[in-house]
Design a protein around this ligand. Structure first.
Ligand SMILES: Cc1cc2nc3c(=O)[nH]c(=O)nc-3n(C[C@H](O)[C@H](O)[C@H](O)COP(=O)(O)OP(=O)(O)OC[C@H]3O[C@@H](n4cnc5c(N)ncnc54)[C@H](O)[C@@H]3O)c2cc1C
Length: 292
């Protein structure tokens, strides 16, 4: 006989937060990662070792709005909802279109992709170059955390058991005169987990680089980003000199350390990651918003 587990589905966020404060529970948003993680066999019910709390229906976690120049995205917005929304940037929509297939996009959420903290999570390189911040809520109040601090390693996040990620904040995104690109290399254009992914953000002022951010996915335990390497490019004239590009590629070569697994080899991942970087740095970065 199947084991019974307690499951909670409250009407309001404050009731949900009270429950999380009373008891350590497994949060389920879309469930597309949780269901896979806890499957115990074909046709056998899931084995989840804690009571579960559903959050995907909570309207407080599904808002998308602008606050001055920042964009706030509710953690429980599904990918399909994000694809439909006019405020969501094109680069994020491009990344979402590569995720799974429509059925999963109808369930999977942005908050779930972050909290699952997979090295191959497709929205993560972009969220890193957008300098995303997370708004966490508990019965004690709220706090914000940078995504790069929140994600500690594969499936490791800095969340207290009574907290929920309520919003993802993309700072200054609605004022930035920047170009942002996303590239994913997998076995096919969608419904494939990334072998390598890359996001690049560049802002140019008077033909010089004002701000540049570079992040790689699936080539380390978390996203690979280096503020020190990015600083080396600030102030450089565009187009970049070959020597500058070679210096940056060599610097990333030292810190990108992928692994071999069932999806790809370390060699392939590293070569492709550096090729994507070289290609991005070689672009003229005029009016285009994509280099694919
Ligand atoms: C067939 C298939 C294909 C897939 N393809 C891709 C792909 O191409 N690219 C990709 O990146 N991913 C892919 N995924 C993984 C998954 O769909 C995504 O990571 C999705 O964003 C997870 O969201 P969810 O709402 O379903 O998360 P859930 O499964 O509900 O939760 C994931 C984790 O996050 C926690 N959590 C969720 N929301 C919150 C919150 N607001 N606050 C605190 N904790 C929270 C949960 O407790 C759990 O630990 C695929 C999954 C499947 C089954």
């Amino acid at each position: 006989m199947a084991e019974k587990i307690a499951a909670y589905r409250f009407e309001r966020l404050d009731q949900t937060l009270s429950q999380l404060n009373r008891e350590d529970c497994a949060i389920i948003a879309g469930g597309t990662d949780v269901m896979v993680l806890h499957k115990s066999g074909r046709g056998v019910p899931l084995k989840i070792p804690k009571p579960i709390v559903f959050i995907d229906h909570l309207s407080e976690l599904k808002q998308i709005y602008q606050n001055q120049k920042d964009l706030h995205i509710g953690a429980c917005c599904t990918y399909s909802e994000l694809l439909e929304h006019p405020l969501i940037p094109g680069s994020l929509k491009k990344a979402i279109q590569t995720i799974a297939a429509p059925a999963i996009r109808n369930r999977g959420t942005l908050g779930g992709n972050i909290c699952n903290a997979s090295p191959a999570g497709d929205t993560l390189p972009l969220l890193y170059v957008y300098n995303a911040k997370l708004l966490l809520r508990s019965i004690n109040g709220e706090r914000t955390a940078r995504i790069s601090d929140f994600i500690q390693g594969p499936r490791r996040i800095q969340r207290f058991h009574n907290e929920i990620v309520a919003e993802i904040i993309l700072p200054s995104i609605l004022e930035e005169d920047s170009q942002v690109v996303f590239e994913k290399v997998g076995n096919r254009n969608a419904d494939a987990i990334a072998k390598v992914s890359f996001a690049g953000f560049i802002k140019i002022s008077k033909d010089r680089i004002d701000d540049i951010r570079l992040a790689f996915g699936a080539v380390g335990p978390t996203m690979v980003r280096s503020l020190d390497i990015e600083k080396m490019l600030v102030g450089k004239p565009i187009p970049l000199a070959d020597a500058d590009i070679a210096t940056i590629v060599a610097a990333f070569e030292k810190i990108i350390r992928p692994i071999d697994d069932q999806r790809s080899t370390a060699d392939y991942r590293k070569t492709v990651a550096l090729n994507l970087l070289r290609y991005f740095l070689n672009q003229k970065h005029d009016q285009t918003n994509s280099f694919s």
